[in-house]
Design a protein around this ligand. Sequence first.
Ligand SMILES: Nc1ncnc2c1ncn2[C@@H]1O[C@H](COP(=O)(O)OP(=O)(O)OP(=O)(O)O)[C@@H](O)[C@H]1O
Ligand SMILES: [Mg+2]
Length: 141
Amino acid sequence: MEWIFTLKDIPKIAEDFWRKAGDAKVFAFHGSLGAGKTTFIAALCKAKGVKDTASSPTFALINDYVYYDPSGNEQHIFHLDLYRIREEEEAVQAGIEDCLYSGAICMVEWAEKIPDLLPEDTVHITLVPVEGKRRLVMDRG
Ligand SMILES: Nc1ncnc2c1ncn2[C@@H]1O[C@H](COP(=O)(O)OP(=O)(O)OP(=O)(O)O)[C@@H](O)[C@H]1O
Ligand SMILES: [Mg+2]
């Protein structure tokens, strides 16, 4: 799957992303500094019903967001930003495997830093800037 979109298109694209993602849980986001990873992840969380992604500290390794599914059950989305880690062991120490294998949705920025920790069925997402927009490719393997 592939989408090209502006900032203002993002809410609509996020809805479509979830339709195409099926029951995938772990998403690894690839893309250079400023490619739009955090922006898109925030929109994906919002589309699920998360209320307050904006208030989360950007320096946290693990952000834990809550939303309520259509049956009213509390669900979690983990947003992992691994930009600052130097080696996989730091991610392990921080408890990242508990998130990745929890069965909850996980959005991982800079996932290339933990190649050996990602579940086999991780969906890879690549974001590339194109003429003031972004191209997003979803690779479900
Ligand atoms: N679809 C889009 N179209 C145009 N601009 C966008 C789009 N998505 C994000 N941007 C802009 O790109 C900039 C960087 O976005 P963002 O912080 O989400 O990138 P990032 O990939 O998370 O960066 P980092 O690698 O620093 O974590 C922001 O100014 C944002 O408004
Ligand atoms: Mg970011």
